[in-house]
Write a protein that binds this ligand. Structure first.
Ligand SMILES: Nc1ncnc2c1ncn2[C@@H]1O[C@H](COP(=O)(O)OP(=O)(O)OP(=O)(O)O)[C@@H](O)[C@H]1O
Length: 733
């Protein structure tokens, strides 16, 4: 199932009442049917006569209330949560668009946001479940609440003075999910208790006034609600994760001071990585850059399971025009992400197979483990279980890290309990159909709760037997894996372990590094430079300088940039001058050759740019020296496909058109319409390519494609495609 994306347009704020709303909602069906609109329409920033439209699952207009949004989007998911599915709800949008209002809301009953309403619904459901099962099922609710501020994770249930500068570490659990280590898990039995805890924790959240929002969230806040349903025989854990992302900020509009800029650059970077992850997931790329920011690593969008609802918050006014377009574009790509609906299995209390709480987010029960090579890995996340129930049989000490679908077992003739996951998507079902369906089927699950409770006793006997068999298989496989590891690589394992420990220490040392904000500035500077935004790059490098006093390379870099900017200004005429200033943020692709000649050559940058520890994490298995290496450069393919931008002198645009043939002009005109239908009609362009081209164009804000070279450099387009498109056009003379 793909991520459900809904859009919400916030009403005009007091100081915006005299402004026009340019973002409108439209219904695709007959207006009289009173169905909720599903389309957002927004004018083209270049010409108001044209407009872009974006389709979503639902669109909430300015008048939509908190109650309407909750009832339609979130309330129906609560029952799935109690059926064992995880739920992720996140609010996305640029700063000041109403994310916190949507998630947290105001103090009055009508103003309450998604989170308090969700908790209220959860407590109601708890009571119902307990009543329907005649008290056999007991439901516990516990909370974890943390924020990711400047790429560091802090527990919001802890007062700020207790924070360590490097924040809480995050680790990958044995189940392949990302967990934050050391979070406080607060049991929370009533709605009243929740309100107290939540309000208190929100005081600890990092917020500040910015020019665009008087109460701007400076961090991504993530609330995890853990629901544990316990019967005499089973324990089932599911989680609802509510994520209030910090908003992206255009620092040309914020007038942010130094501190706000550091926060802003961290926010923008993590959101940029999130967008890259979404793109990579959509393009089915082998490497998804989750590890490049803590937020994406924790969210693991597309890798987590369960139900995901994204609420895209939009501001209606023209001041947000480009930001709104960027958000719409991002959300359109997000909705294509497929998320597997995987139900959390119950843990059988009678069996010696306790599992660590499984969650894509958080998990206080997971204790921190040193990195280990997989061959010698064992599952250390085994909880203490009810020893009275276990009798004298010792706890199973380990289980093998494996895909929970147990490939080794699949071919076996033994009756296997599908202990790992029960996927609901049809391909997976077909593949699994050879195994006997020993667990209750979906139809059984959705049956009336009362009859389910009555038949539970009989079903459990059969299931207990199967669970026991499965446990034996696990143990055998684990023994074999350990034997194999011991026989084949004893020396290597010790060496590898030493290196892994070493690597871990280095990663942690980096976490504690006081020059963190300086590195952030450097990184931002480098990003600006790559995009050719010299002025912004210079500003970032200047801000980084105090963190690296006496760094001659950085000083040289700044001097070089200052010189470059000065000379460009001097060369231009007075009119070009004005245009340059205006155009410092406009972009046009740069050829490989031009890029090499650019003063901020990448080679220089790498020498003082921060090294991304996450990359090393991933490559440790193959890195023989464990020294951080620069990635090998693949200049040729990169140079062709990478959209690299530089400042563009707008006065020279007209030169592009002078020597263009009518066919070329027509092609560029069609491309610049940004209309998928027209672009799709070009020779050699399918729906996917047309979509990709429009996405690229929207990403380039209001920039146009001026020539065929520029067109060929768009992602997914090459020289050959351009020629095919061009030759496929007929031109009247
Ligand atoms: N649906 C709405 N109805 C009434 N007021 C709203 C609505 N949405 C947002 N607002 C108001 O808009 C302002 C900005 O909203 P909010 O702080 O929630 O934005 P945000 O997206 O969380 O911003 P940031 O990313 O900077 O934290 C607040 O004053 C809020 O009360």
């Amino acid at each position: 199932m793909s991520v459900r994306v809904v859009a919400r347009i916030r009403p005009l704020l007091k100081h915006e009442l005299d402004k026009d709303s340019i973002v409108t909602a439209e219904s695709t069906t007959d207006e009289n049917t009173k169905e909720r609109p599903t389309v957002i329409r927004i004018p083209n920033p270049k010409t108001d006569s044209e407009s872009f439209s974006f389709q979503f699952s639902s669109v909430y207009e300015q008048e939509a209330t908190q109650q309407e949004l909750f009832d339609a989007e979130i309330s129906p998911t609560v029952k799935h949560l109690f059926n064992g599915f995880d739920l992720s709800i996140f609010a996305h949008g640029c700063t000041g668009t109403g994310k916190t209002h949507t998630m947290r809301g105001g103090k009055t009953l009508a103003d309450r946001g998604v989170i308090p309403r969700l908790l209220s619904a959860i407590y109601r459901r708890c009571k119902k479940v307990e009543k329907d099962t005649g008290g056999e099922t007991h439901v516990d609710v516990a909370l974890e609440y943390f924020e990711i501020y400047c790429d560091r994770v802090y527990d919001l249930f802890e007062p700020p003075e207790k924070r360590t500068p490097s924040g809480l570490p995050i680790r990958d659990s044995a189940k392949g999910k990302t967990v934050v280590v050391g979070l406080t898990e607060k049991p929370c039995a009533t709605l009243k208790e929740f309100e107290q805890l939540y309000d208190q924790a929100n005081v600890n959240r990092s917020t500040s006034a910015t020019k665009l929002n008087a109460h701007s969230s400076r961090s991504h806040a993530i609330l995890c609600v853990k629901i544990t349903q316990t019967t005499e025989d089973t324990i089932r854990v599911s989680r609802a994760s509510c994520i209030d992302l910090a908003g992206s900020e255009d620092n040309r509009r914020t007038d942010n001071n130094k501190e706000r800029l550091v926060e802003s650059s961290a926010i923008n970077k993590s959101l940029f990585v999130l967008a890259q992850c979404v793109d990579a997931v959509n393009k089915k790329q082998a490497r998804i850059p989750y590890r490049e920011s803590k937020m994406t690593r924790i969210l693991s969008l597309g890798q987590n399971s369960g139900l995901t609802v994204m609420i895209l918050n939009l501001a209606p006014t023209r001041a947000y025009h480009l930001d709104t377009l960027a958000s719409l574009n991002f959300a359109s790509r997000t909705k294509k992400i497929e998320v597997s609906e995987v139900e959390n299995d119950p843990i059988y209390r009678a069996m010696a197979k306790p599992l660590a709480a499984t969650s894509s987010i958080g998990g206080a029960t997971i204790t921190r483990q040193p990195l280990r090579p997989l061959a010698a890995a064992h599952n250390a996340n085994i909880q203490e279980v009810d020893k009275k129930k276990q009798g004298t049989k010792p706890n199973k000490a380990f289980s093998v890290f494996s895909d929970s679908r147990k490939p080794g077992v699949r071919g076996s003739n033994l009756p296997v309990q599908n202990q790992g996951v029960r996927r609901l998507d049809t391909h997976k079902r077909a593949a699994e159909s050879s195994a006997p369906a020993s667990r209750p089927t979906k139809t059984y699950r959705s049956a009336d709760d009362a009859s389910r409770a009555r038949s539970l006793e009989n079903a459990m006997t059969k299931e207990s037997i199967e669970a026991m068999i499965s446990q034996r298989i696990d143990e055998k496989l684990a023994e074999r894996a350990l034997q194999d590891a011991a026989v084949t690589t004893p020396a290597l394992s010790a060496e590898l372990q030493r290196r892994l420990d070493d690597l871990e220490q280095r990663v942690e040392a980096r976490d504690d590094d006081k020059s963190g904000p300086g590195l952030q500035f450097l990184l931002m500077g480098k990003q600006h430079l790559t995009r050719g935004e010299e002025v912004s790059a210079l500003r970032m490098f200047q801000l980084a300088l105090p963190y690296f006093p006496g760094n001659s390379r950085l000083e040289a870099k700044i001097a070089k940039l200052e010189e470059s900017i000065r000379s460009r200004r001097e060369v231009g005429s007075a009119s070009t001058h004005a245009a340059l200033a205006h155009a410092s943020n406009r972009m046009a692709p740069l050829s490989t050759k031009q890029r090499k000649a650019f003063p901020g050559d990448e080679t220089d940058d790498d020498e003082f740019a921060p090294v991304d520890a996450s990359d090393h994490d991933e490559s440790y298995a193959s890195d023989s020296s464990f020294k951080f290496k620069k990635p090998a450069r693949k200049t040729k393919p990169m140079a062709k496909k990478l959209p690299i931008f530089r400042d563009q002198d707008v006065t020279s645009y007209s030169a592009y058109q002078e020597d263009q043939t009518p066919r070329t002009s027509r092609l560029l005109k069609i491309i610049n319409t940004k209309d998928v239908a027209q672009i799709k009609a070009l020779k050699g362009v399918g729906a996917k390519k047309a979509d990709a081209i429009v996405s690229c164009l929207v990403d380039m804000d209001d920039e146009e494609i001026h020539d065929l070279q520029m067109l060929a450099m768009l992602k997914g387009v090459g020289g050959k495609s351009v020629e095919t498109m061009r030759l496929g056009l007929t031109v009247k003379i």
